[in-house]
Design a protein around this ligand. Sequence first.
Ligand code: 5CA
Length: 447
Amino acid sequence: MRLTRYFLPVLKENPAEAQIVSHRYMLRAGMIRQQAAGIYSWLPLGYRVLRRIEAIVHEEQGRAGHIPVLMPTLQPADLWRESGRYDAYGPEMLRLKDRHERELLYGPTNEEMITDIFRAHVSSYRDLPLTLYHIQWKFRDEMRPRFGVMRGREFLMKDGYNFDIDREAALHAYNRHMVSYLRSYERMGLTAIPMRAASGPIGGDDTHEFLVLAQTGESEVFYDDRVTALKLGARAIDYDDRAQVAAVCAEFTALYARTDETHDPAAFAAIPEARRKVGRGIEVGQIFYFATKYSEPMGAVVVNEKGERVPVHMGSHGIGVSRLVGAIIEASHDERGIVWPLEVAPFPVGIVNLKQGDGAADAACAGLYAALAARGIEALYDDRDERAGAKFATMDLIGLPWRITVGPRGLAAGKVELTSRRTGESEEMSPEAAVTRVAALCGGRAG
Ligand code: 5CA
């Protein structure tokens, strides 16, 4: 993408309304625009990151055997009357009426609707296990929308729902979600710690939240420092292997890690003092097992092996897709701007032309751009007629992992400069070598 043909409305000044760094940088980097309290448009750069996060979530859910669907944002109120949540949900639910005075709501979550789909089409244990999910906009009329996309009113969520024959099968689904979530967050460059939590309006006793440690997080967290070192890494997971998946979950939940809602001061005090940590965290996901809370009142029943009609065991599992954009920035930035992890970066590499209009520099940049494209790498080429300082400031602000700098002086010696946004380290090399190196560095990343 050539910057002169793109839409990147960067702001020079710090927006007064932004209290935390991710909100500030998202506004300054032209990623979002607020349209009403807690409601945002996603501008091209922000939209790219959002799409990349979605793609990771889809891939990892696919690996776990979970099936994508798409349910609407508007839901009939009557479905929610069946579960008893229409009245229980309170003022967070946006309620509306259509021209026929039929009551609708803008979905804050989808337990009822997915249960309705299930009961209409599934009636035998032979069709289980089944896990369906979607990535769809939600609305919660939060009392205090704040921190940009972190606590929005309209926000993008991945929500998945498992249907299983009994508690054991449903707990395996719970564990599959935990592992696939850990893998998703790791791919986004995040350490997200599963912490035992409270279930709130979703229900059930078994629930974990996933927290990214950050000073600006809304939850107070208490944890054994060793939990922050756990990594899934490249280990192979067989999602059908109940024992293996359970063992991974046991490994990641054995050490003390809780939010203020479930904190147990006595258990915490038993951890050696040097490892006892109190901090703050951003909740980027939550998983629930709630047995038959929705299947019983809504009649989601299957015939089991013995020919008996039994309500299915369910759970629901959410990832805050739009919140993650802010959470990643909170976890990865410096005083000059965002530092995107490669997998979620809007572009993997930027090209800075230090002297636009110089024949050799223009030709070298065009050549680099084409050679990268031929290897499937889309660069953001800053071809504006701007001073070098302004171009560097923009690149630093938008945080692309790699920058290739091209100028007449370097080119006279056959060199361009490759710079890492994260370390600031630069190396001179030929344009061909820069292309090969960037291709190698971008390894697994598509696009
Ligand atoms: N039905 C369940 C699981 S699918 C559910 O709704 N869970 S939740 O309430 O925990 O939401 C899932 C995730 O959505 C949260 O972990 C959080 O990351 C994100 N989320 C919740 N509320 C907001 C909000 N107001 N703004 C941005 N993200 C939010």
